[in-house]
Design a protein around this ligand. Sequence first.
Ligand SMILES: Nc1ncnc2c1ncn2[C@@H]1O[C@H](COP(=O)(O)OP(=O)(O)O)[C@@H](O)[C@H]1O
Ligand SMILES: [Mg+2]
Length: 442
Amino acid sequence: MHAIIEARKVEKSYGAEGDGLIQVIAPMDLAIYPGEILAVLGPSGSGKSTLLRMLTGLARPSGGEVIHHGHEVGGPCENVSIVFQSFALFPWLTVLENVAAPLKARGVPAAERTERSTKILDTVGLDGFENAYPKELSGGMKQRVGFARALVVEPEVLFMDEPFSALDVLTAENLRGELLELWQSHKMPTRAVFVVTHNIEEAVLLADRIIVLGKNPATIRTDFQVALERPRDRKDARFTNLVDYIYRVLTRPDLAPALQPVPAMAPRAKPKYQMLPHARRGAIAGLLEMLADHNGRDDMYRLAAALSFEIDDLLPVVDGAVLLGFAKLEEGDVEITAAGRAFAEADILRRKELFRTAALENIALIREITRSLEARADHTLPDGVFEDLLDEHFSEEEAKSQLETAIGWGRYAELFDHDSDTRRFFLPEEAAAAPPPEAVSH
Ligand SMILES: Nc1ncnc2c1ncn2[C@@H]1O[C@H](COP(=O)(O)OP(=O)(O)O)[C@@H](O)[C@H]1O
Ligand SMILES: [Mg+2]
C-alpha cells in the first residue's frame, strides 16, 4: 500500500555550520500508511517534535526529503492538522471562532465555516460552548477545542504532539477513549493518525504501530505492529509485557538487539487487497441457488454443466462466492456455507442486505471505499485515490479491472455508486431522503 507521507533519509541539525552544529535527528526513513494510528515514542529532547514538524512541512530537514503522495513537501502541508500539547488557542477568539480559523485561512465562506465548526464541536462534546472564550474552559475542554480545530478541515493525517500530557490523568484517559471511539467509528474524516508521546502506556493503548526513538541523535530503535485487539486492557499480561519490552528498549538500548519480541508484537505487515475475481454478482447468485438445490454441495464439473457454463467461466464465480464467505471448497467440491444458504433462500431486498454485510466483512477494497466515503463531509471521492492504492499490488490494467468489479458489487449492495463521467465515487442517497412512513400510509 502506498504511504501517505514518507520521510527518506531525513535528518536535522541545529546550530551554525562549523560552529557547534548538533545533529538532533540522524538520517531516518519513516512512512505513514492509510488506516493506522502510528505512535512515535521517545524520551524528552529526543527530537519527536522536530520530526513531526518536518513531516508536516513546518520545518525543513537538513538532509533527505519528505514526500506526500509522491511529491516532495516544500512548505506547510494543507491536508494535515496538528494538535499541540499546549492547545495553542487564540485567547481573543471564541471557541467557535478558534475552530473556524483554519477554514477562514483556507478561504471557506462564513456560513459554511460556522456550519462545519458547529458540527465538529458537537462531535467532540462541546455543544453549547460555541461562544465561550478559552480562558473560561478547563484544560480538557481546551484540548477538545484543539481536536475540533484540527478535525474541522478534514485532514488526511491528524498529527498530535503529546496531546494529553498537559491534562490530569482522568481527563487524559477520557479524551484518549473518545479519540479512539471517533477513529474506530469512522466519525473522524481522517485516514491516519500520527501521535508523538513519551508515555509508553499511552502508545500501547492507542497505536496500531509503534516507533521507538533513541536520542543524541534520534534513530529508530524499533518499529513494530501492536497485535492487541481493542478495547485494550492495561492489566492484560500481553499489554504489560509490551510496556516492559518498550521500557527496556528505551532505557537499555545496548540490550535491545538481544531482547525477544513479546506476544503482543507483530511484524510490520503491508495491508493487502485480495484479487477480486471478475464475476458478476448475478452469476454468484445463480451458483448459490444451484448449490442450494443440489443439497448444498456438488462437484465443479456437474455445477458447470447444470449452469451451462464452461468450467473456466465458472471458476471466477466460485472464487467470488468463496471470497464473500458464501461457499467453500472441499476436496474439489463446492459447498455452500450458512451465509450462502441464507442468501440463496432470501428475497431480493434481503439478498442485497446479506451481500452488503458479506462484502463489507470480507472484501478489503469495498470496505476501504465505503469507509473513506463515509468519512468525507461531502461523501464523495475521485476514483483515482483507490486506483493509486491498487497500483501497488496490480498492473495498471488489472487495477482498473479490480475497480470495475468493486463498483459492480458495491452498486448492487448499495454501499456506494460511481459516476463514470466525473470519475468519482459517492454514497447512495441516504434513506432519510425517503418520505416518512406516515406520509406513505395516507
Ligand atoms: N529551534 C531549535 N534550535 C536549536 N535546538 C533545537 C531547536 N528545536 C529543538 N532543538 C533541540 O533539539 C532537540 C530535540 O528537540 P525536540 O524535537 O523538541 O524533542 P522532543 O519533542 O522529543 O522533546 C533538543 O535537544 C532541543 O533542545
Ligand atoms: Mg516535543
